[in-house]
Structure formats: C-alpha cells, structure tokens
Ligand binder design. Sequence first.
Ligand code: GEM
Ligand code: ZN
Length: 382
Amino acid sequence: MSQLTISTQFDSGSIEVVSLADHRDVQLRIKADNASAFAQWFHFRLQGAAGLPLTLRFLNAGQSAYPDWNGYRVVASYDRHHWFRIDSAFDGQVMTASLTPVAQSVYFAYFEPYSYERHLDLIGFATESDKVEVEHLGNTLDGRDMTLLRITDEDGATPVERKKKVWLIARQHPGETMAEWFVEGFLERLLDGDDPVSRVLLDRCIFHVVPNMNPDGAVRGNLRTNAAGANLNREWQEPTLERSPEVFLVRQKMLETGVDLFLDAHGDEARPYNFVAGCEGNPGYNERIAALEDAFKAAWIASSPDFQDEVGYDRDAPGQANLTLATNWVGQQFDCLAYTIEMPFKDNANLPDEEYGWSGERSKKLGAGVLQAILAVVGKLR
Ligand code: GEM
Ligand code: ZN
C-alpha cells in the first residue's frame, strides 16, 4: 500500500485526517473554524499518490455549515495557481471526490484559495498607482493590518465635494475567497488608465476599498469567523475592538467619509448563481433606493451574462431587516444603495464550465464588470 501524507501547515490550510491507510479510501473530516462551530472550508496537500486512483471521503460533510453539497465539485491543483474541478458526489452524509494524480504532490480545497501573500501583493499593486492612497485603519486580533484603499482622480473635472463615495468591502467571511478575487478584478480594471468607464468613475467618485475584511480568519482557514469566533457580518450594529475590530475600524471610517453606494462581496455555498441581496427590509427603504437597485441590476445583467436576478435570497419583509448585517446597517445609516454580492462555490448554472466551475478568474471578470453597473447609477445616487 502506498505511503501517503497530508499536510496543512500553510496559509488557510485545514483538514482533519481520519485514515490514510488506503488511497482508495482516504478518510477525512472537515474542521470547524478555530473558535466557532462553522465547518465548511478545507485546503490541504496530499503527497505520494502519483498514478494511484485516489478516493477522498469527507465523512462529516452532512454536518457542515451548509450541507447542500449537491452539484459541488472539489478543486485541485499541482502548482497552486491552476485550479481545476474533480469528480465529486454527495450521498447526504459523505462527500466523495476522486482523482488519479499525475504528480506526487497535489492540493485540494473547497474553493480556489486567495493567500495573505497575494493579498499583500494586491495592496502593493494598488500602491503603485497615483490614483491610490493606502490607509492603515488599525490591527486585527492576530496583529494583521486592516488596510483601506482610497482611489480617485484628484485632477478630474469633478470637485471633491461633489464626488460620490463608493465603498467596496470583501471577505467578511474568510472562506469566501471568490470575494477577494472579485476585488482583484475590480481594482485591475479601475486602475486601467485606458479604460473609459474607469476614467469617468475615478473622476466622479472616491472609491474606498477593503480587499480583505478578515485576514486572520483567512490565514487560519476559517469559513465564516475571525480569530475570536465573531461572524463579522453580524457585528455591524455594535462592533467592539475586543471581538470585531475589523468591523469597528471600517465602520468608524465610513462614518467619517459617508457612503453613497455600498457593495459587500461574499460567496454562497448552495446556489449555483451570481446574485445580489439588498436592504429591502430596512425601516428606511424607499422608492428611490428601489429604483437605484433596478437600474444597477439591469446594467449588470446587460454587461455580464454571468450575473442574473432570477435566483437569490428570499426578500426580507418590510421592517424585518437584520441590522447587524453590513448591507442593512450601511443602507439604513446612510440611506444609500447597498448590496451584498453573492458568487457561487459551485458554478453559474446558466453558463457552466465543466473544467473549472466558478473560479477565481471568473470572479475577477465579474468584479471588473460591476464597474458598468456603478456607471449606470453614479449620476443618480443622491
Ligand atoms: C449572507 S447575507 C444574507 C442576506 N439575507 C437576506 N435575505 N438578505 C450572510 O451573512 O448570511 C452573506 C453571506 O454569508 O454570503
Ligand atoms: Zn458571506
């Protein structure tokens, strides 16, 4: 029998090994976040199986945070850059994935990872631009930087006091790595000096972008929480430096700058679609916001066949919004257009990709495309 090894001591590494005795029956358990019961994210390296028909069995998939694994396929990579989907199945309790590796070392993950090093490289890329100011907001509980990018064309025709304040945050839930891929695509286009949409928006807006709201949870391999076990997207009414400094620091900055448009990038474990969730349940929700939502979605649908508005979350009933969620709290606090953006861990069922499913690259394209939707509403946000 082959000598297999599994390791996880790297950025976002996480899995529990039950048995490696038989390559045809590698028994695994998905680990919970470090200080909460949410279990869904996994990322590990397996060595010693070149040419062997591997079967991975995730024994507790039925008890994961979001146990609808139907239609989901595990991602794999040899070089940690090119990730592809492998055959997977779910019987209601055990999720099974199979691959005959062509090399002795192969990585598996819940979704294409986005490392803290890549995060720092993204900040570095933005730092090079004369349109960007990099601001240190403070530190997380594990001591990592909370970094804000302030992006605008100071030499544009629009006076600064008339520029619209557009906020984009991402990865409150650290295992939703597609959110930071989305921001990478958003920034690459926004900072492309040849792109006419970007040039107009940099004149008319000040963008405030937080590419990773939860760097500690990301490195720890958490799905949904920070180092203290806080679900940041339930902390927006009363954040604290002791439990949710990430939200406390960003929210404090928002109260300084004001917000005219807010976007919060996430991933959804079950629905194989890209969609948005608004703040229709807010006490202050009104026709003006509803009209902005319609214009925003129509423009995004027109510019990206990967976006749709048929499938999504149930709408909140009037006055029933949970104001601890970022989108609801910001929409209510600033009477502004505010959206949670959801991308799939599975695929876009309207435009499936057999080899990759939904991926980092497709998340980047979607992030670039949202600029078109912002352009459609920028002149009527107030
Ligand atoms: C979601 S946001 C849920 C919004 N629900 C409705 N009905 N508007 C969360 O935090 O639970 C975002 C996510 O985790 O992807
Ligand atoms: Zn989320």
